[in-house]
Write a protein that binds this ligand. Structure first.
Ligand code: ADP
Ligand code: MG
Length: 207
């Protein structure tokens, strides 16, 4: 898999799959956020990814890096809340790390995502175990060394593993111990992002 070349088309398929998945799961994400937040996570991401797809379709960028920086910029300007800048940073930073290459390897993508996830942690002042999106993003990136499917599985498990944790960042942290017993909405949406990545890979990658 490390030899596989990912082109701009692959990254466009990733963003399209992410938008479709966020659309399908919007009410679940909002339900999770209504339990421990302000019930807007699904609609926030739905609006954001719809804007991402619209922009990418209007003028498809020619490189992997440009697809992700464009997507990240759209998320920052349309999502708002805590998750907009965090997801925007994730994609923009990943895109920046990929530079101007026309094709990137899975290993280059993993390294770029690693740097971007660390940037998200820094921006949020959050660490693993704080019951945030980081708890799905981090295991997802680490499992990318194995396969896209393994990354999706690990991110999903990471999201489910936030249930017994007390939220230490974001709105859910205002609840203190009452946040225990709920899955973090941002971790759930991060798992969707990794599932969409695996979906894009299933649709075929250029060899
Ligand atoms: P808001 O909390 O502003 O309503 P959203 O509902 O869209 O924004 O997103 C909430 C999610 O953002 C949380 O479930 C959590 O995963 C993530 N989040 C919030 N604050 C932080 C932070 N400081 N660090 C990392 N992730 C965070
Ligand atoms: Mg919210």
């Amino acid at each position: 898999m490390s030899e596989t070349a990912l082109d701009a088309g692959f990254f466009l398929r990733w963003m399209t799959a992410a938008a479709a998945s966020v659309d399908r799961e919007a009410s679940r994400l909002t339900d999770l956020d209504s339990a421990i937040g302000d019930a807007d996570h699904g609609s926030n991401l739905q609006r954001g990814f719809a804007a991402v797809v619209k922009t990418l379709e209007a003028e498809p960028p020619q490189t992997p890096g440009a697809v992700l920086t464009t997507a990240g910029r759209q998320l920052i300007s349309t999502v708002g809340g805590a998750s907009g800048p965090l997801y925007g940073t994730l994609l923009r930073r990943t895109g920046k790390e990929l530079g101007e290459a026309e094709r990137v390897t899975v290993d280059e993508l993993r390294t770029a995502l690693r740097t971007a996830v660390d940037a998200v942690a820094q921006l949020g002042g959050s660490a693993l175990g704080d019951a945030t999106m980081l708890d799905a993003l981090d295991p997802g990136v680490e499992a990318l060394t194995t396969s896209f499917a393994a990354a999706a599985e690990a991110a999903g498990q990471g999201a489910r593993d936030t249930v017994p944790l007390q939220a230490r960042k974001g709105r859910a942290s205002y609840l203190g111990a009452r946040s225990i017993g709920h899955q973090d909405p941002g971790a759930a949406s991060s798992a969707l992002l990794f599932a969409a990545l695996a979906e894009a890979a299933d649709q075929g990658v250029a060899e």
